[in-house]
Design a binder for this molecule. Sequence first.
Ligand SMILES: O=C(O)CCC(=O)C(=O)O
Ligand SMILES: [Fe+2]
Length: 350
Amino acid sequence: MTQETKKYNGDAQPELERPMLLADTARTDSTFEEIPIIDLKDATSTDPQARRALADKIRDASINVGFLYVKNHGISDEVIEGAVKAADTFFKLPLETKMALDIHKTSNFKGYTALLGENTDPENRGDMHEGFDIGWEEMKAIPKDQRDGDGAMSGTNVWPADLPGFREAVLTYYHAGIRLGKLLFPLFAMALDVPEHFFDDKTTKPAAIMRLLYYPPQTGVVDDRVIGIGAHTDYECFTILWQDQVQALQVLNANGKWIDAVPIPGTLVINLGDQFARWTNDVFKSTKHRAVNRSGVERYSIPLFFGSDYDVQLHPIPSCVSEDNPPKYEVVTAGDYVKSRLEATYAHSK
Ligand SMILES: O=C(O)CCC(=O)C(=O)O
Ligand SMILES: [Fe+2]
């Protein structure tokens, strides 16, 4: 093709169509009364239409509710039971044994949180749960430098000294959760109308803090300022939450009504966090939730908070900004953002 022909064709080209951006088309209705249940069986389908259909459901839930249940999530009952038994054994240890692993003694939020040691809602007096937090750790010994570059959140896990099998059971669940998180990112990418692999290079060593949580039952008159976990939004992209069969978790809808996230056997709860809300310029919703255990029996849950690599700059995702919907948030680094939120959560008990 000669230069002239090229020029001629160029002149004749129709005007480029403006793509329909999610920023302009996403319409939110967060008056939900129920949390959708989504089957992940097509997550790895070789049929792109099947993956697209699944991503569309995830998009609806992400835009309107910020919460969803997933079934066929790939984490076996056996792996879940192992982690829950480990949690049960750990929380039954004497307080002084658990306090030896006090989260305040570590540089980056690893270890044990006592009852009232955390205050998720600044209006409250402390959360009525105990916790045990871990971050990334390989199960097999790896050269230390593989974790260099975690930036703001790096730090090794702490483990109880005399609890055989505990570390293994907890890490086995953790790694199954990481696999599920990696499965979800491409679906969220499709849901956002960006290439399916948009998040791949931003989640090579994804932030993943996991907590074992124990909620004692609260009977009689419950002070609203001291509940299982105060009203809050999560900090990362999304949370993968296992909960036992004890009802406690509630999600706030746009009418100010608390909707029960009823435990459904065989499912996990996925909820979106503030990192995703920021990154998507509020196209995805980070919905407030809390837990109050009035059941009369103990409750366990295991949230795994999934973010991007800590060094990713949260520039708004291209489909989520437009002339009419300009960026709402200043660009921050994912790790610095999560760390500042965690510091605020634990500040009251330092
Ligand atoms: O225990 C639960 O059901 C919720 C826990 C939670 O919201 C959190 O740890 O951020
Ligand atoms: Fe939460």
